[in-house]
Write a protein that binds this ligand. Structure first.
Ligand SMILES: [Zn+2]
Length: 425
């Protein structure tokens, strides 16, 4: 049981079942002061004022069995749901980093042999266990920053064998970490060198081999496509989405990072989320506002690429589009495991309020992964996934940027303390 919570952000609201948070509802945190949360067998069983939990006679037996954690008037919120990460890579891309500092663009770096393709060779050569250990280390780093649920994509193998190996390595890492992992096949990340000039043959491979095999082996929940200039076209994406649907998988896509992409043909497939959206068109914003597809913004990429412009969060939120925030953890454009840093970027660079950023990183992240019934808010019956921050006011989370104040997380009832990451329970 967590007791003596200064500010408990439940992220609960009466009409939450209707869909992801949008517009004014995005800043409703469901804040309870001097609060307690009681968890049992991995689930939340009571949320309320500290004095009410102690008085409730029905909870007496459960209270006697519970381990008590004194939160010392600090802030407790649902663990972050990082709904967009690429952890299946071997090493950082330091040459690209220097090239970019010297003035090369994302596309120039790719043409010079850097970019996504430069991560491919190492992943193809790596063993499943080597990759799994690297992925597990990334999950632990994300967890230290308050993340308890994350999405993990393949996408640096780009052959049937190495994409399946990446997905198995993600599954291995997920089995060794008490948090929750949603896996996504991103075979359509870029066209690999050996298919240069034969994009449609590669799309065939993704549709006829990768997707059915990954689905049959139950390795993934979603299929993702990098739909942009220099990557895959809207037509390719529709073909891949059809194959995903035929295999019973959900879909999501990287869109409008580098150029304007028509979203209407993709929205027909009811994607769980469309991510990046730097160059989203006004009439597509209106369409997004009418549906439940989440617009996932990843300002860490804009920061790391040194871009002047960030995704138009204000415009999207004010138009009623449900917005989520994620790290986009990857070696080329966003090597950060830190959701609090992303929150800070959202506030300072995209003018989101701290409360909006927190809701976008929790309940709307859960919607973006179709886990809203289990994750993203603190309510009786939901998974006991919580994060305790050593601050007195939730606005301090994005305020103290690049400084982790996460003291401990609870993952399906299991307590992970951050000082040395000792397991308490
Ligand atoms: Zn990405």
């Amino acid at each position: 049981m967590l007791i003596n919570i200064g500010q408990l952000l439940t992220l609960c609201q009466a009409n939450d079942h209707r869909g992801p948070r949008r517009g004014r509802d995005l800043k409703e945190l469901g804040l309870i002061e001097d609060a307690a949360v009681l968890c049992q067998e991995g689930k939340v069983v009571f949320v309320g004022k500290s004095r009410d939990v102690l008085r409730d006679s029905r909870l007496k037996k459960r209270l006697r069995q519970a381990i008590e954690i004194d939160c010392k008037s600090q802030v407790v919120l649902p663990g972050f749901v990082d709904s967009h990460t690429h952890p299946a890579f071997i090493r950082p891309r330091l040459t690209d980093f220097e090239r970019r500092i010297s003035g090369a663009s994302y596309e120039e770096i790719a043409q010079a042999g850097g970019g996504i393709r430069s991560s491919v060779e190492a992943v193809r050569k790596a063993s499943r266990s080597e990759l799994g250990e690297i992925i597990l280390a990334a999950f632990k780093q994300m967890n230290e920053q308050g993340t308890t649920t994350l999405e993990a994509k393949s996408g640096y193998g780009l052959t049937v064998e190495s994409e399946l190996k990446s997905l198995r390595a993600i599954r291995d890492a997920a089995a060794s970490w008490p948090g929750t992992v949603v896996s996504t096949l991103l075979g359509a990340h870029t066209v690999p060198r050996e298919f240069q000039g034969h994009c449609s043959s590669y799309v065939d491979l993704v549709c006829h081999e990768m997707i059915p095999q990954a689905a049959r082996r139950k390795l993934v929940q979603f299929v993702d496509v990098f739909t942009d200039r220099g990557a895959f076209s809207v037509r390719d994406t529709e073909t891949i989405f059809q194959a995903a649907a035929a295999s019973g998988l959900g879909v999501r896509a990287h869109v409008c990072q580098l150029s304007e992409i028509a979203l209407e043909p993709l929205l027909r497939f009811d994607p769980a989320s469309l991510d990046h959206l730097d160059h989203v068109r006004d009439h597509d914003i209106a369409k997004l506002a009418r549906g439940n597809t989440v617009a996932t913004l990843v300002p860490g990429a804009n920061y790391f690429l040194g871009l002047d412009k960030f995704p138009p969060a204000r415009k999207l939120i004010d138009a009623g589009v449900p917005v989520a925030l994620a790290t986009d953890y990857n070696p080329g454009s966003s090597p950060t495991p830190s959701m609090p840093f992303v929150l800070s970027l959202a506030c300072t660079q995209m003018r989101m309020l701290p409360a909006e950023a927190i809701a976008a990183a929790t309940i709307n992240g859960a919607w973006a992964l179709r886990l809203e019934k289990r994750k993203g808010s603190i309510a009786a019956g939901k998974d006991a996934d919580l994060a305790v921050f050593e601050v007195e006011d939730y606005r301090e989370l994005p305020y103290w940027f690049a400084s982790s104040r996460c003291a401990l997380t609870i993952l399906k009832g299991l307590v992970m303390a951050n000082a040395g990451s000792a397991e308490v329970e």
